[in-house]
Design a protein around this ligand. Structure first.
Ligand code: MLT
Length: 403
């Protein structure tokens, strides 16, 4: 008889954003006339930058012509895009095009990367954090069982991030093999400065650990002292893999394009991780479409930079509107300055899912319950700035009526 991967049975509920989407659909079915404003999943609303549209139109013409048609592309991504990324995103940093892997999303890369590592490796995750890190490791059999008392998996080291420690996770007292860090953080919207990030690089060097650094939101950093890349820290190429995405910066959530950097310096037992990863993706992945990669390449031009910056400023302005209103209502909030996410402390000790229901039914606003991101998220709630200005203003007006 076929045996299932029983690790799936250890997962808690459905994937967070699927649970939310189901709850919202049910509410909509029973309340078809309500105007629901979605500030839950971090999905962009502004259309693709004009430079991308032009580049895709040209690329489609090429694909329709027998002399310029492209079949399978390189699994690692076209060199024209990898070169642009190395030149502009890693300007003055020791990253070369052959260390960059183009993909269909940071989420997919985060899911794929763990296949490089033995199941017995120990892992640490910030708490709260993007649920994909934990869920993928549960499925891979690395988590141990779920403990219903503390709401943690027994083999995962949770790095607490809360208002008390200023959302700076403390370095573990023991050795951990794989450490996930996500900054600007999803969901809290908080950042690490160079000094704080350096401590993690030092730790990883000391224990031969690997840091899986998710910097999908780096383009939202406004404070010039905050690092955009972990490779701004000396020696980080010896200990860190970095994930980035065009989803939130250029509105590619529906188009799909991202990339992962695996430096040549990352070597375990004389094996370069980059070679293993190339082997993995050539087995499981056929690359991102030529048309999409042309769209991404077009972002690395004067007009591309201007158009992306305009979109980022638009979302950051929404974030400011949200934060200002929360301040006015005396609701503590974090993030939102170097990030599109605002992390608020729920008033009156209400729990995260009760607050979710209350907000949905009384203000028709969808947010994300903090507990969905980890046990320390209980009592907190995430709102995103990824909406139209108009909807952001309406939602804040509604909030004012319920507080
Ligand atoms: C989020 O809302 O946390 C993100 O949109 C999820 C994702 O990027 O997959």
């Amino acid at each position: 008889m076929v045996q299932l991967n029983n690790n799936f049975l250890k997962l808690q509920d459905n994937y967070l954003f699927s649970t939310i989407s189901k709850k919202v659909s049910n509410y909509k079915k029973n309340n078809p006339n309500k105007n629901i404003i979605n500030m839950g999943i971090g999905d962009v609303v502004l259309p693709l930058p004009e430079v991308c549209i032009e580049a895709m139109q040209k690329a489609i013409i090429e694909m329709g012509n027998k002399d310029t048609f492209k079949g399978y592309g390189p699994e690692q991504g076209y060199e024209f895009l990898r070169e642009k990324i190395a030149t502009y995103d890693y300007e003055n940093l020791p990253i070369s095009p052959d260390e960059i892997f183009i993909s269909d999303g940071a989420k997919c890369d985060i899911g794929r990367i763990i296949e490089l590592f033995d199941t017995n490796n120990s892992i640490a995750v910030p708490d709260p954090v993007y649920p994909v890190y934990v869920d993928t490791n549960v499925i891979a059999g690395r988590s141990g069982n779920f403990n219903n008392i503390n709401n943690k998996f027994e083999n995962i080291e949770y790095l607490t991030m809360n208002a008390e420690n200023n959302f700076v996770p403390s370095i573990p007292q023991k050795k951990v093999d794989l450490i996930y860090l996500c900054f600007p953080n999803n969901p809290t919207g908080t950042v690490l400065n160079k000094e704080e990030l350096s401590k993690w690089v030092e730790y990883a060097k000391q224990y031969n650990s690997i840091i899986l650094y998710d910097s999908a939101y780096e383009a939202f950093i406004t404070d010039p002292s905050i690092p955009h890349s972990i490779y701004e820290i000396e020696d980080a190429t010896k200990v860190a893999i970095e994930f980035r995405s065009f989803s939130k910066t250029a509105g590619f959530t529906g188009l799909r394009c991202a990339y992962t950097v695996i430096p040549n310096n990352l070597v375990i037992n004389n094996t370069k991780l980059l070679d293993l990863y190339r082997r993995l993706i050539s087995t499981k992945f056929n690359g991102v479409s030529y048309v999409t990669q042309k769209a991404a390449e077009a972002l690395y031009s004067f007009d591309g930079f201007m158009q992306v910056n305009k979109n980022i400023e638009y979302y950051l302005n929404n974030a400011k509107i949200i934060k200002d209103k929360l301040n006015e209502l005396s609701i503590s909030s974090f993030g939102g300055e170097n990030s599109p996410y605002i992390w608020l402390k729920i008033p009156n000790n209400m729990n995260s899912w009760d607050f979710f229901d209350m907000l949905l039914t009384t203000a028709n606003i969808v947010g994300t319950p903090g507990s969905g991101f980890g046990p320390t998220g209980e009592g907190y709630f995430r709102l995103t700035a990824f909406n139209s200005l108009e909807n952001t203003l309406i939602s804040m007006d509604r909030l004012e009526h319920i507080f």
